[in-house]
Write a protein that binds this ligand. Sequence first.
Ligand code: SOE
Length: 406
Amino acid sequence: MVGYAFMGAAHSQAWRTVNRVYDLPAQVRMTMLCGRDAAKVADAAGRLGWAAHTTDWRHLVASDEVDVVDICTPGDSHAEIALAALAAGKHVLCEKPLANTVAEARSMAAAAAVAQASGARSMCGFNYRRVPAVAMMRRLVAEGRLGVIRHVRAAYLQDWIVDPQFPLVWRLQRDRAGSGALGDVGAHIIDLTQFVTGQRITGVSAVTETFVKERPLPAQSHGLAAHAADGVAPVDGRGPVPVDGQGPATGPVTVDDAAVFVARLDGGALATYEASRFATGRKNSLRVEINGSLGTVAFDLERLNELEFYDATRPTAEQGFTRILMTEQEHPYMSAWWPPGHLIGYEHTFTHQARDFVEAVATGVDPTPSFADGLQVQLVLDAVTRSAELGSLWAQVEPTLAAVPA
Ligand code: SOE
């Protein structure tokens, strides 16, 4: 595995547990962890359960002890590492979004197709496909229980950078992250809604905004925890240390803080999407609602074990939203865990992802979502960025002199 911050920790939890929870045709060995800082990667390897560690990912990719390369780094290194790993005949799991640009994503998808011919498999880590409720939504749509899909409504809302003093971490820099909320959390709802409906986005009209355009530089010696450096939240809440006593230096935020867009899907549905890191109070709220001619499903990641289902085919007097507790043995992925009513969490979706990846690789089939699926999400991200930059088809509302009601 390359990278050991927030996603590295989540993936390590999955690799540690997957063979203990599922009966799989292959055993996972957590062979080598790679990180840039020798002392920190040694500590992370011990903490996360990796047998060896290195500061050179090329050494890891070349090692005969390594069969799978799991890429958990910021987006600016996904392509370089994935291309080298595929060329070395390794199977590759790459965190989302696949890359920082369409050009990088195209090269990765092309390399994955070539590598597949010689048996190397690849997957893009859209882990929310492995939430039982999300897999159940897809099953209900596929079975026709919602009828013709008319509306897709998705929002992925966080609030970890509402404080303008939150430092300029890598997720807020275009050259590291590719984009802001759009690629980080927007990519999830793009992939998830296409997965659930089986429909692809064919066009978008978008606006994006950067509310706070300048932020304090991260203080290198200030001990920001790994996941804070990874851009989630400083553990101790303190901002950066003043540089030379002059007060913290600042830098420009070069990504979006929020993206809002409408879309058409190829099956005829109309869709609205919202990705924001400024939705104060929403910590990790991924909400999806799908309206069809025969019913509706609705899901909120902050209530991960629940799915709301409205069945319009029921007798009118009995119609209403049902809250399904997704802990029955017949619910996707749940047979491996606990008796009904015993809930699972965010980290379980990574174990489900590891299960599906290991089973696919061991049985010689291509895991999903593929790098081609990751490219398609990248094309949507690029379309949103282009639409927002063009500002086309934007009808201004004539300002009126009427005072806004007090
Ligand atoms: C953003 O804070 C983030 O860490 C995303 O990058 C992850 O993909 C998501 O699962 C949780 O939030």
